[in-house]
Design a protein around this ligand. Structure first.
Ligand code: ADP
Ligand code: MG
Length: 251
């Protein structure tokens, strides 16, 4: 089953055409990584896919349901607020910069959205949160505040918070690039475990070895278009000079 389908996504900021024409889809249980130079539009694709930004053109489809359709001119026409609210529950997004509520404990950071969005009881939300904290090795941190945690721990709490809403697909936007090198491993390990549990994910990353090990497919983006796409073997053995050159910088 296709969890997400994007067709002909376009996005400009004033005169700057950032996303020129992006189409991709992700099947259930698949891990898709997006790599590419800074400024190529990777975050914008994720922000449009998660409806933090509106696309100008193209279609956005979750589980066969249109969040946005295309009109005759290719412009995006979004579904009703009510439909979008429901579609919103299908995905979660983990940012580079953790984005935890600083004045909430770890537990409250995690249970807040399930209680308000999913309307589940505090008891059920806490049970869900504790199971996730246990899984991510943070059981003893439930009463801590974000400032009392390392960056790696904060990012793991962010992942637990996204998982607490039981999304069908999880997006990661450079989840380790704000971390000190010695802390990236613990976050990558958690994402690897999610992949082993067959979580569907789209991951924007500069961690080439990680992308190679974990991904079913890799997309190389540049200048708002997909310049190459394939299995990790395809991408890491490509003859495409741009991709070779880009990957070479991380070797
Ligand atoms: P990447 O994540 O690949 O580094 P981004 O999607 O963040 O790339 O940005 C692509 C381009 O779009 C950059 O030139 C950036 O400056 C521009 N851009 C992104 N967001 C905005 C915005 N809200 N307003 C204006 N320009 C933006
Ligand atoms: Mg980015």
């Amino acid at each position: 089953m296709k969890i997400l389908e994007i067709n002909h996504m376009k996005k400009s900021f004033d005169d700057l055409e950032v996303i020129k024409d992006i189409s991709l889809s992700v099947n259930e249980g698949e891990v898709l990584s997006i790599i590419g130079p800074s400024g190529s539009g990777k975050s914008t694709v994720l922000r449009c896919a998660t409806m933090l930004e509106k696309m100008d053109g193209g279609e956005l489809i979750y589980l066969g349901e249109h969040a946005a359709e295309m009109n005759n001119e290719g412009r995006s026409v979004y579904a009703s607020k009510k439909d979008l609210k429901r579609i919103h529950k299908h995905f979660g997004l983990v940012f580079q910069s953790f984005n935890l509520f600083p004045h909430y404990s770890v537990l409250k950071n995690i249970i807040d959205a399930p209680m308000s969005v999913d309307k589940i009881s505090r008891k059920e939300a806490e049970e869900r949160a504790m199971a996730l904290l246990k899984k991510l090795g943070l059981e003893d941190k439930k009463d801590a505040y974000p400032f009392q945690l390392s960056g790696g721990q904060q990012q793991r709490v962010s992942i637990a918070r996204a998982l607490a809403l039981q999304p069908k697909i999880l997006f990661f936007d450079e989840p380790t690039s704000a971390l000190d090198p010695e802390l990236t491993g613990e976050v990558l390990k958690v994402i690897k475990e999610l992949a082993q549990d067959n979580m569907t994910m789209i991951i924007v990353t500069h961690e080439m070895q990680f992308a190679k090990e974990l991904s079913d497919r890799i997309i190389f983006m540049e200048d708002g278009v997909i310049q190459g796409e394939g299995t990790p073997e395809d991408i890491f053995n490509t003859e495409n000079e741009r991709i070779k050159d880009f990957i070479g910088k991380f070797a």
